[in-house]
Every structure is written in structure tokens, then in C-alpha cells.
Design a protein around this ligand. Sequence first.
Ligand code: AMP
Length: 405
Amino acid sequence: MIILVINCGSSSIKYQLLDMKSDDVYSLLAKGILERIGMPMSKLTHKPTGKDPLVLEMPVSDHKVGMKLVLDTLIDPVHGVIGSFADIDAVGHRIVQGAEYFSGSVIVDDDVIDKIRICCDYAPLHNPAHLLGIEAVSNVLPEITQVVTFDTAFHQTMEPAAYMYALPYEYYSKYRVRRYGAHGTSHLYVSHEGAAFAGIDINNSKIITCHIGNGSSVTAIKNGKSVDTSMGFTPLEGMIMGTRCGTMDPNVVTYLMKKEGLTPDQMTDIMNKKSGFLGMSEGVTSDCRDLVDRREAGDKRAKLILDKLVLDITKLVGGYIAEMNGVDLIVFTAGIAENNPWIRRDVCANFGYMGIEIDEEVNAKARRDNAIISTPASKVKVAMIPTDEELVIARDTMHLAEGRK
Ligand code: AMP
């Protein structure tokens, strides 16, 4: 079954075309990204498997035009990988926020679209773009089955004690202000993949997954179900990130707004886009690679930021070990944790007292492929598992589309 996976941002369309034979037997036919939609010059980077990549620069006015360009490229006689649109069996979309409406992937219909629209309130930058993506696909492929997979769905198994804020209850009743979490597709994938790789029965397990990338979150997973996660009402809560501040005393927000005369939108912008690595480095970088280089060159600020990164992860992992009364497996994933062995080593060193032991040599080499980085004697297994959110979306889309036939 040929599945097109789409991740629409406000000015971009990321895509992967996968030939799914089964959950575990599949091949990537092509992937790419169309960036700067709506700007004077857009850029399409298309990477067909087994063929030369294509880079196209041209104006693309909106998502509808952009989706047509992506689909036309997929069937292009030179750069394409399929013969016609009819070869695509179904389309799966990544959706950031599904709130309490969705605890799993679903086939798109009018009711689903209405609910995603209601959730725009909670994810104003993302959900409107996802809706544009669904509409753009419907425009070119009106008959195709479309499926939506939510970043929040995996965390719908959290108990109220984990998801409620200690605010007046009426704000939950009136506005559904609560913790929803994010990166659910990634935490789901790496926990299952990690358990299978480590020979652990997911249905009888305590797993902590650390998704450390530009956005970062840590999740406690008991018997395959998310019981707590560090992101909250929005993906701002939790630990330090590339441009996000993570958790702090909420009074800081009102204090700074008064002191600096900031509007709510300006404050939201500062906390989401001008904080984290970028804010603490006074605008130098939001990229972990630059911080590592600077730390190596003796830069004290870079060291402070990276020390805080390790400390934030440590506090979350420690809290979740206590919350689950133990842990069988700790998994590291996403851009930063997949590519920086020192982060995995430094976090785990903080749990030496409870018998977690890293094999330094294996850890130093672990990149790109699944790896167990703990020693055989370690009381807890530790793994590095590269995340693959697109594969989860493709699997769900395949199952739901098959069910419909
Ligand atoms: P993600 O959001 O998962 O794509 O992760 C982005 C983060 O991963 C950025 O902060 C990068 O600095 C970091 N990253 C990606 N590749 C590498 C690499 N090869 N070495 C070190 N850090 C990396």
C-alpha cells in the first residue's frame, strides 16, 4: 500500500512517500520539503530514492498550490517515483493538537475537521496549517482516504492527577485547560521499538523516553501507556529547548509583562521563540551543535546552558522513576540525544547510585541505528533509538485505510 505522509507547517509541507507491505516491511520511495510557502520565493527539496535529488525555487502562493507541486513532483517522469496519483492509496497527516477529542488516529470526515478546528485554540500556529494541508489534499485527490495522527493522542491515558493543573477547577470545566503533552507519536514509537530491541515485554514494563531535539520532552510509560509527560497545555512546559523556556515560576510571566510593558502575544513569543538555548545565549544560537562547539572552546555560557539541559532531563527522569516506582528501560531519541553521546552519558551518570551503568565505548559509537548503551551489569537498560514519527503515521494510515476497504 502506498502511503503519503504529510506534515504541514504554517509555511511548509514536509512529505514522505512510503510503500508499506506490512508494519515492519516497507520502503521509502521519496521524501522532501517545500519551504517558504506564501513568500516571494519558495523552495522544494525533493529526494527520490535511487535518483538524484531535485531542488526547485519558484513562487508558491499557498498550501493548495504547494500540495499540487509536491504531488506533481511525485509523478514527474524524471524525478517522480510513481506513475500516477491513482498509485497513492491513502494520505496520513501529522496533527499537533487533538486535545481530549482524540486518543488515536482516525479517518478524516467533517466531524474530525470540526474538532481539529476547535483545537486550533490550543495550537494556533500548527492546527490551522494542518487543516490547510487536509484541504489541499482533498482539492487534488478528492476521493482519497485521509487519516490524521495526533501528537497528543498517546498521552490521553494520563490520569487526572498527572494532567490537571492546580488552578481553579472552573478553568478546566470552561476551557479544558490541562496538560495534553506532545511528541506522542515519537514517544509511542521509541518505547515500542526500544522494548522490542531490549527484549522487554512492553505490556509489563516501566519505560522512560527522552525525546531531546529542538523541542524536547520526557515521558513515563507504564505497560505501554503514557502515565506522565513533561509538556503540558502546550509544548512550552517542561525542560529547556532550542527557543522555549520550559517550566518556570508562572509569576515570572506577569512580572516581566508589567516591567517591560509586554502584551500577552509578545510574552508568548518571547517564551516560545526567544528563550531556551537562543535566549540564554543572548541570541547566539538555538542549535545544540553550536553550543557544544563553544563549550569545547571554553565558552562559560555555553557550558551553563548545556549543564541546565542535562539537569532538566535528570530531574524529569528521576521524577518519573519515582512516579512509576522503578524503571526497566530508558530510551534516548531525537536530534540532540541521538547525536550527542555525552548527554546520554551525563544524564545516566546521575543515576549511578541506583546501578545504571553506561558502556562508554558502545555509547560513543551509537548513532543512526538502534543501540543498547548500558552494560550487561546495569540494573536498568538504556537504549538509543532513532525516532520515526512518519512510520507510525504510515502504519496507522495503512491500517485505517485497509479497514475501510
Ligand atoms: P530535532 O528537532 O530532533 O531535529 O533536533 C534538532 C537538534 O539536534 C539541534 O539542536 C541540533 O543541534 C541537534 N543535532 C542534529 N544533528 C546533530 C549532530 N550530528 N550532532 C550534534 N547535534 C545534532
